[in-house]
Structure formats: C-alpha cells, structure tokens
Design a protein. Structure first.
Length: 427
C-alpha cells in the first residue's frame, strides 16, 4: 500500500506532517507522487489568500486522480480544515476525511480509522537528513489585528521541555546537525505557564546534545526578547548568530493598529542591543505594506528604516484582508496596485543593500553547510550560518561535496542573494 504526501505552508507544517507520516505502519510505503499511490495526505496552509488558493488547487488536483480511480483516498489536514471545516466538506465532497486538530498526535489517533497499522517511527524526514525543524509550541497569544492564526490554532501552548529534548536527541541520533526551532512565537515559550526563563533554559539544555552543531531561532517577537535571552544566544557555541525578527512596520501609528505591543523606539533599541551583544549577527525581518490606514508618510518611514538599519535578510508581504481578524472590517484599505508598488520599492531597496553586504564577503573564507549537490552541473549548494534553508542566500560551490558536511570555502563572487565559492577543505 502506498500513500503520498503533499506539504504546503511553513516549517511548522513540515514538522507536523513528519510526525504524522512517521506514525504510518511499516506495510505502508510513503511517496511524493499522488498519481502513483492509493491515497494522499495533504497538509495545508490557510494563512493568507494565496496560501488558501494553493491549498484548494492542490485538493482539486487530487480530486482529478479520484475521478479516474474512485478507490483513491484524499485526506486533508493542517490549517484549511482547522479554519474552514464546514466549507471544505460542503464544497469538495471528494475528500474522504479531514483532520482538524492542531496536535499532530491527535491526528495520528484519527488516522487509525483509515490505516490498518500505525507504528512508532518517530518522524519521517521531509527535509535533507542533516537538518530538521523542531516545533516547541502551538497557537498564539499575540492577537495581532491582521492575523487569523489564533482563531483556528488557539491560544499559545508550550510543549513540555522533556518532550522537546527527547525529540531533539532522537533527531541528533538520526544524523541531524542543525535544529531550527519554530513556533508562532518562540520567544513566548513558557510564558503561557508563567515561566519567564523557559526558552533560556531550553536553549541551555539543547547546547549539551551531542551531534548538534547549529541551533537556529525562527519566528521571534520584538516584544518578548530579554537581556538574559540575548546573553544566552551571544554566549552559545551552537546557536548561530542569526535572528528571525518579524517587525511588520516601523510607523508607531501602524504598529499600534497592528497590535504589535512595541513602539518604533523599542524596535530600534532592540536591534541596536542585539547587534552590540551578538558578534557577526545577521538579522532577518519581514514587513507588511498596504495595511489599512498606511499613508505615504508611514510608508516612507519604513523605507528610511530599511535603508538605515540595513537588514541582512528581509521579506515584504502585501496586506491580506483575513476573515475573523480585528482588521477585517476596517474601511481604510489601500488599493492593490499601491500595495504591490510599495512592496516592489522596498524589495528593490533591499536587493541593493543585500548585494553590498555580500560584496564585503568576497575573498573571505566561510564555514559552509552543504545541503545538496547537482551532478549535472558539477556544483554543490550550501548555506552559511547566516542563512536558513529555502528562504535565505545560497552558496554555490564548485565540485561535488558531501551533503550534511561542513566545509571551509572561499567566496569569489556574489549576487544579491547568492554567493559563489570554491572549496578549501572539509571541517
């Protein structure tokens, strides 16, 4: 028996689907091609309109297979059924089962109704074997006015530290060398249980796990950084100097309307402190343009901030009006063409800054983790400590190097988002 999988959305979804697939019994072969399987598990995202449309299109493509093979089973999990259960059941009756739990282990219990055997495989890796996403919590308590996630994911719920460490050890034993910590806001970890030092203590414990070389922090919130947490990151031998810090805007008016719980001054003070205390830090951020009420003056404040702060990594989203959010019924919406124009302007500004930043690396020798190689082109693709997989810069190295291994490579040329290097030696 073969079952296929399709993973949509963020790394948190990847981690959930890995747990679900890892529970399938040994008599079930897992593949990535639905047309070669007897069933498919589609893990969906529903964060913004584009993600919802991608999920619907993917489900409808699976329905085409079911039209040709009525015995083909379609199972849907993730954000779409959590957010739009009734609509999915009504509009796409070809779906055989949907799973609405935000806990992948509850979904596994539901799978028992559809698969004859389940097992304790731990996780089925959807990433290269040398890195893995480690989810430390579910839900969110921030209640930003533009975000629907709390309406279907619920309140923040920290995973027990013991469960996280057990999973981290299992991943390390399987060959994982880089752990990427994820949740909707990892800096809120433990605060739902009134444990203000929980993330700091978790990071200190992860430090001791043999085999893990890099620990990367994704999705931190500017309102929840503490001096103690900064000191732990700065003093760590494994936490890479890379902070993912979505800021969303810099205009105080827009930050207040967004419900971001920080002022522009607090943001500036935090980025200054992070850079001062953590050597060789790369800051990744994201912004939303076209939020209701964003004037040209608000936008120009953001452009100026991008130019002066010179973020090493940056992304920009156009505002998406989402049902169930505080901002959904606000009337002062920005025309779509202005949103797109503003997004383009900031990304063009960032591209120039990114190339200047990369040019400073020409001639330097850096530690590179190789993710994959391309035999047909005789090159290998890797990352520096300042780059998360799939979203940040790639390092293109001449020759076929071993994935999952670290090398010292000399940077010879750059573009805004790529580095070109030659291998010096394996570390």
């Amino acid at each position: 028996m073969k079952t296929a999988y399709i993973s949509l959305g963020c790394p948190k979804n990847v981690a959930d689907l890995e747990c679900i697939l890892g529970s399938l019994g040994p008599d079930i072969e897992i593949c990535s091609s639905p047309d070669k399987a007897s069933s498919v598990i589609i893990n969906t995202c529903a964060f913004i309109d584009d993600a919802k449309q991608e999920a619907i299109d993917t489900i409808l493509e699976a329905c085409l297979i079911k039209n040709e093979n009525p015995d083909f089973k379609i199972f849907v999990t993730g954000c779409m059924p959590q957010r739009f259960k009734e609509e999915l059941l009504q509009e796409i009756p070809e779906i055989d089962a949907i799973f609405t739990s935000t806990d992948p282990f509850e979904t596994i219990d539901e799978l028992k109704k559809h698969f004859s055997t389940l097992s304790d495989r731990n996780r089925y890796s959807l990433t290269p074997p040398h890195y893995a996403y480690l989810k430390i919590a579910e839900g969110c308590n921030n209640r930003c006015s533009y975000c629907a996630i709390p309406t279907f994911k619920g309140d923040y719920k920290s995973r027990p530290k013991e469960d996280i460490l057990k999973e981290a050890i299992q991943l390390a034993d399987s060959g994982v060398k880089e752990l990427l910590l994820v949740s909707q806001d990892i800096t809120y970890y433990g605060m739902d249980q009134n444990k203000t030092d929980a993330l700091k203590e978790l990071l200190i414990s992860l430090e001791s796990i043999s085999g893990i070389k890099w620990v990367r922090l994704l999705y931190t919130h500017p309102a929840h950084w503490t001096d103690d947490l900064i000191d732990v990151v700065a003093g760590s031998s494994k936490i890479v100097p890379y902070i993912d810090l979505p800021l969303q805007h810099i205009s105080d008016k827009i930050l207040t309307k967004m419900g971001r719980k920080v002022t522009s001054q607090q943001i500036r003070e935090l980025t200054t402190k992070l850079r001062a205390k953590i050597p060789n830090l790369a800051l990744r951020t994201s912004f939303i343009v076209g939020f209701p009420g964003e004037t040209e003056s608000d936008f120009q404040k953001l452009v100026k901030f991008v130019k002066t702060e010179k973020f090493e990594r940056l992304g920009v989203f156009t505002y998406s009006q989402e049902e169930g959010t505080a901002a959904f019924n606000w009337q002062d919406n920005i025309p779509e063409n202005i949103k797109i124009s503003r997004q383009k302007q900031i990304m063009e500004t960032q591209a120039a800054l990114a190339e200047l930043n990369n040019q400073q690396l020409i001639g330097s020798t850096l530690e590179i983790l190789i993710d994959q190689n391309e035999k047909e082109n005789n090159i290998s693709l890797g990352r520096t400590q300042w780059d998360a997989p799939e979203i940040d810069n790639s390092v293109i190295v001449n020759g076929l190097l071993k994935p999952g291994h670290f090398y010292k490579c000399k940077i010879e040329d750059v573009t805004p988002y790529d580095l070109f290097a030659v291998n010096m030696t394996e570390i």
